[in-house]
Design a protein around this ligand. Structure first.
Ligand SMILES: Nc1ncnc2c1ncn2[C@@H]1O[C@H](COP(=O)(O)OP(=O)(O)O)[C@@H](O)[C@H]1O
Ligand SMILES: [Mg+2]
Length: 306
């Protein structure tokens, strides 16, 4: 659905915000572009949506080049921008209808009613935008982005600073859109959002896509599990007799930590405990935990910084 090839962006003043981005996005998938502030997420989205000119490279949407075939490409896209904009005096209903008209679509009151209802904005349809709360304004941005029935929806940091209810509504909406075959690309610096929503995740850092992976594969490939054996009293060092076990001692000496990959063999706990007993080490508690996408993300960025 989206084909990005050799895309770079150098802003006036010489700052290179995107370096040679190549990325394909499949029809109907939910793709999360995950990266810290300043990574280039908004720049990338803005280029795809025709708001910022690329320095080099091409982007096509369903075969339409975003520069040469701008109208066709843009007509397929809905964008929920990161920043709130305020055309204050218009009413909610008119603003959404007007946006639809800008894309050359015939008026369709029933569709706009459905969109406003799905965003809990129907009650507010005759209110002027300036009277809306921050959360309502954000809902309106989504309604405007959906006004012309786009096949691709971009959400730029959709839940940064929004309340729990709006976040939940947004996620529900994204799932409904996906069922209707809409391709959804969201940017986020919240790992939990990517983890919850996405089919595939691309990690961007300093203008470079450093990894693109199915979410499940990413978790599987890079995720780790840890078995922690809590000791009744701290020890100074791990006895030599335990050298064949991949154990680390916690900083305070009160726990032994056994780390293994998700796909690796889980430890034979009975054998491990037997070896501990033979070494004269008792235990108070054992538990296992999985690394979250958050841990993976942090370690990826660390690798990139080296
Ligand atoms: N109009 C601009 N002129 C110069 N630099 C810019 C401009 N817009 C963004 N940048 C810089 O490009 C980098 C990427 O910005 P952005 O795409 O907004 O990142 P993100 O959305 O991931 O936080 C940042 O360092 C930002 O300061
Ligand atoms: Mg941004």
């Amino acid at each position: 659905m989206i084909d990005i090839s050799g895309l770079t962006k150098t802003y006036e003043g010489g700052f290179q915000a995107l370096k040679q981005v190549d990325l394909q996005i499949q029809a109907g998938e939910i793709f999360a572009l995950l990266g810290p502030n300043g990574a280039g997420k908004t720049t990338l989205i803005s280029i795809i949506c025709g708001l910022v000119n690329p320095s080099t490279g091409t982007v096509t949407i369903d075969g339409h080049d975003i520069v040469k075939d701008y109208r066709a490409a843009r007509g397929m896209i809905g964008l929920v921008p990161q920043e709130l904009t305020t055309d204050a005096f218009e009413t909610v209903f008119n603003a959404v209808s007007f946006t639809r008209g800008l894309f050359g679509k015939p008026a369709n009151r029933a569709y706009i009613e459905q969109v406003l209802k799905s965003l809990s904005l129907w009650d507010k349809r005759n209110n002027r935008i300036m009277t809306l709360s921050g959360g309502m304004k954000r809902r309106l941005l989504i309604a405007k982005a959906l006004s012309h029935e786009p096949r691709v929806l971009f959400l730029d940091e959709p839940t940064a600073g929004v309340d729990v209810e709006l976040r939940r509504d947004m996620w529900d909406l994204v799932r409904t859109l996906q069922q209707d075959g809409v391709t959804v690309i969201l940017t986020t610096h919240y790992i939990e959002e990517a983890e919850e929503m996405a089919d595939r995740i691309g990690v961007i850092n300093r203008g470079e896509i450093i990894l693109v992976e199915d979410k499940a594969a990413l978790m599987c490939k890079l995720g780790q599990k840890q078995l922690t054996v809590q000791l009744p009293a701290p020890i100074e060092q791990i006895p030599d007799s335990l050298h064949r076990w991949p154990l680390n001692l916690s900083d305070d000496g009160s726990a032994l930590i056994y780390t293994y990959g998700r796909e690796g063999e889980p430890p034979n706990i009975a054998a491990l405990l037997g070896a501990l007993a033979a070494a004269g080490i008792d235990f108070k508690d054992i538990h296992t935990e999985q690394s979250s996408l958050e841990d993976i993300f942090v370690s990826l960025l660390k690798e990139g910084a080296q």
